[in-house]
Write a protein that binds this ligand. Structure first.
Ligand SMILES: [Fe+2]
Length: 456
């Protein structure tokens, strides 16, 4: 990956800024699906961890045009590691089947439709598992062993980042689809049994890339930031048409959970793009506090992926809804992404967040952010080794917010192979409690989750 800034003279609306770097090194796709059992483990896997650590990411099948390839559009491939009773029971990687993939792989499939190959996240809800993506393809339901069942009947568009409400068990989502919705997005709520219970159309100006959202006690937070569909890029046949848009007013909206879109409170914010909020909540004054990884620019010069135009830092945005004013503060200037928190504190006041530190063509560290003290600690994964999104898993019976584990996937350049590691979230310096070693690579990808067998 490239984190250095490019200095080209003019915004690039071409098919790409040259050959994509997102097909080389550990961005390169793997070419085989494998099933491995009884993996070698260094250290000791906590015996209470019974379930699957799942992750999704792009892994294009077959020949790919490096001039036009965008990291966000590759065929989805899910990776899963099952832990049981202190053992690394199995590892599997599987493409998320689309109709095209089934044809290319020479397979046939009966039953459900296969619309697209969601490549961005994999979640479990209501005892079922889905690979998901924004803008277009509906969720693909997966089996426990990560085979594709297909589109779930009755489910339409979705998002890569549904927000879990720990009080109700609901999933709240903002869905957009530039090709079909065009002038609105949709606020959709699924109940604890994965049944849709609400769908509200929200009119929008322009076709903005709304990758994620936030949820607070009373609000749904809409990030309407200046990365929009470029008709110039579409005219040139770009597969991924989003570009930086100086003409789009950046703003953040607060929609009351049970309110009308006509009553959204919009507040202007400085030009930026953000994929991922760490968390959001309402403080004692009724202000909305949002911690978020913020980029100065996105898809202006580097149009093949997210890391070329600017580096993401950790910000705190505080919205005063009465004055429609946002106060922006820098929390940590170091480049970092893929923020995660304790899953039961989404939408609530919290203290700890976890991110991946970004370096020059590297993901060298996991950061733990103490949002009360402002102190960050870190775990360096080692020379020529790269980390990924850190997923926090509470320890059984934990009382402290950070009493639990961080799970992530590490790529080792020397071995040209990956491992899944488990860290003690209260003591990152201690190093991995366990490393489950793979003989194969897990390419750099996006998001995943720990799914305990008790909920599968
Ligand atoms: Fe994301």
């Amino acid at each position: 990956m490239g984190c250095s800034r490019s200095n080209g003279p003019a915004p690039d609306t071409s098919l790409g800024g040259g050959p994509s770097v997102y097909l080389s090194d550990n961005f390169a796709p793997v070419t085989e699906e494998v099933t491995l059992t009884e993996l070698e483990v260094i250290g000791s896997i906590p015996r209470e961890l019974n379930g699957r650590f799942l992750r999704n990411g792009p892994n294009p099948l077959g020949d790919t045009d490096a001039e036009s390839y965008h990291w966000f559009i590759g065929d989805g491939m899910v990776h899963g590691l099952r832990f049981e009773d202190g053992r690394a029971d199995w590892y599997r990687n599987r493409w998320v089947r689309s109709e095209g993939l089934v044809d290319a792989l020479g397979e046939s499939i009966d039953g459900r439709s296969l619309m697209g190959s969601p490549n961005t996240n994999i979640i479990a809800h209501g005892g079922r598992t889905w690979a998901i993506v924004e803008s277009g393809a509906p969720p693909a339901e997966m089996t426990y062993e990560l085979d594709t069942l297909g589109t779930t009947p009755g489910w339409g568009r979705y998002t890569a980042h549904p927000k879990f409400d720990p009080d109700t068990g609901e999933l709240h989502t903002l869905a957009y689809d530039w090709a079909s919705l065009r002038d609105h997005i949709q606020y959709v709520v699924m109940d604890a049994n994965a049944q849709e219970i609400k769908r509200v159309n929200i009119p929008m100006q322009g076709m903005t890339m709304i990758h994620d959202m936030s949820l607070t006690k009373n609000y749904v937070v809409i990030f309407d930031l200046p990365v929009t569909v470029s008709f110039a890029a579409l005219g040139l046949g770009a597969d991924f048409p989003f570009r930086w848009d100086n003409d789009h007013e950046p703003r953040v909206g607060l929609l009351l959970r049970n309110g009308s879109p006509a009553d959204i409170v919009w507040s202007s914010i400085s030009p930026n793009y953000a994929y991922h909020p760490m968390n959001a909540y309402e403080d004692e004054s009724g202000n909305v506090v949002i911690d978020i990884c913020r980029y100065d620019k996105m898809f202006e010069q580097d149009t093949n992926g997210p890391f070329g135009d600017s580096d993401p830092r950790l910000d705190r945005w505080t919205i005063n809804p009465r004055e429609r004013r946002v106060t922006e503060e820098i929390v940590d200037e170091r480049p970092q992404e893929f923020p995660r928190i304790h899953p039961d504190l989404n939408s609530k006041p919290y203290r700890y967040g976890y991110t991946v530190g970004l370096g020059e063509k590297s993901f060298p560290a996991i950061y733990k952010q103490d949002m009360h003290t402002g102190v960050a600690t870190s775990f360096e994964v080692g020379p020529a080794r790269h980390s990924a999104e850190p997923v926090f898993v509470p320890r059984e019976g934990a009382e402290a917010e950070d009493d639990g584990y961080l799970m992530t996937c590490v790529f080792d350049e020397q071995r040209q192979a990956s491992e899944f590691i488990i860290l003690d979230a209260q003591d990152l310096a201690r190093g991995p409690l366990a490393q489950a070693m793979l003989p194969v690579r897990v390419p750099f990808g996006f998001h995943g989750n720990w799914v305990p067998d008790s909920t599968a």
